[in-house]
Design a protein. Structure first.
Length: 306
């Protein structure tokens, strides 16, 4: 995956149904942690007398990721409001969006994919142990993201250990607010034409088969886990240089379109109230068009903590 929106979906908010996600590992891992590393990236933002925290997440995890470090823990403990891209517990909203944007109303994949793409898909599904009948009515972009997520799950990166669940657990006394919705996020993928959806699927299938999906996912997950800002920035630059539909879609739509929208919403939240802890996908915070830089352009004071 070039960095594939398959992986981008994982990093930016979309993957498996939230009903499958239960964060059981974080408390035990927190108690057993021998040392605490600063993971991800954290900003302190201020505007018109109010202050908030802005934190970069990933939407999968493993028990060893917790706790997230003393500065994040302290910020969460003092948070008056938790703000996330999505309330990942909202399975009803997820399923409704999936039915609207991710399921064929007129049959199955057999009618929408070329014979070559269908054969490649069935081979990858067989490798993943997923019966074709279980996915036959899903659109190509959904199946691509599903296969990426399944490979990461098999490699130990679980949706149930996603950082969002830990944030909700640690800020349990604070009200939760969403920046986006499942419907909006899925509508971005659904806007791909039929030909683009097939190309998106085929690019992800090729990367899955070659082992590149997992290799590249580990690069970003490791950079987040080690709090390695240089590695994060290098990853973003490298993926912008790739010449694939998947990479173009991720940067042009999933990042460059959404980042200004997020910055506007975060700026409005900051003017409205003090003490929010805001967690969004890590890639939204990187680069010249990342949310921190866009907030600076809107007159917000932005301090990088780590």
């Amino acid at each position: 995956m070039s960095i594939l929106p398959g992986l981008a979906a994982l990093m930016l908010g979309l993957m498996a149904s939230p009903s499958h996600a239960e964060n059981n590992a974080a408390p035990a891992a927190q108690a057993q942690a021998q040392s605490v590393r600063q993971r991800g990236t954290l900003y302190r933002i201020r505007h018109q007398g109010n202050a908030a925290w802005l934190y970069g997440t990933i939407h999968v995890g493993e028990p060893g990721f917790f706790p997230l470090g003393p500065q994040v823990s302290q910020a969460l403990a003092s948070a008056r409001r938790l703000v996330l891209e999505l309330d990942v517990r909202d399975n009803d909203g997820f399923q409704a969006a999936l039915r609207r944007h991710g399921v064929y109303a007129d049959g199955s994949l057999d009618r929408h994919l070329s014979p070559e793409a269908l054969a490649q898909l069935k081979l990858e599904l067989q490798r993943a142990g997923i019966p074709y009948d279980q996915v036959s009515r899903l659109k190509p972009w959904v199946v691509a993201n599903l296969l990426v997520g399944a490979q990461l799950e098999r490699s130990g990166y679980r949706r149930g250990d996603a950082i969002e669940f830990f944030l909700m657990q640690q800020a349990s006394g604070a009200p939760l607010q969403e920046l986006e919705s499942s419907d909006y996020q899925m509508s971005l993928f659904d806007a791909l034409s039929a030909a683009e959806q097939e190309q998106y699927l085929r690019e992800n299938l090729a990367e899955l088969s070659a082992g590149d999906t997992l290799r590249k996912a580990r690069l970003l997950i490791d950079a987040w886990s080690q709090g390695d800002g240089e590695a994060m920035d290098a990853y973003l630059r490298e993926t912008r240089a790739e010449k694939t539909l998947a990479s173009d879609f991720m940067h042009r739509v999933l990042l460059d379109k959404r980042n200004p929208e997020m910055a506007d919403k975060i700026d409005a939240l900051l003017k409205e109230a003090d003490g929010s802890f805001i967690g969004v996908g890590l890639l939204h915070l990187l680069g010249e068009n990342g949310v921190p830089n866009l907030l600076r352009q809107r007159g917000v004071e932005v301090e990088k903590v780590f």
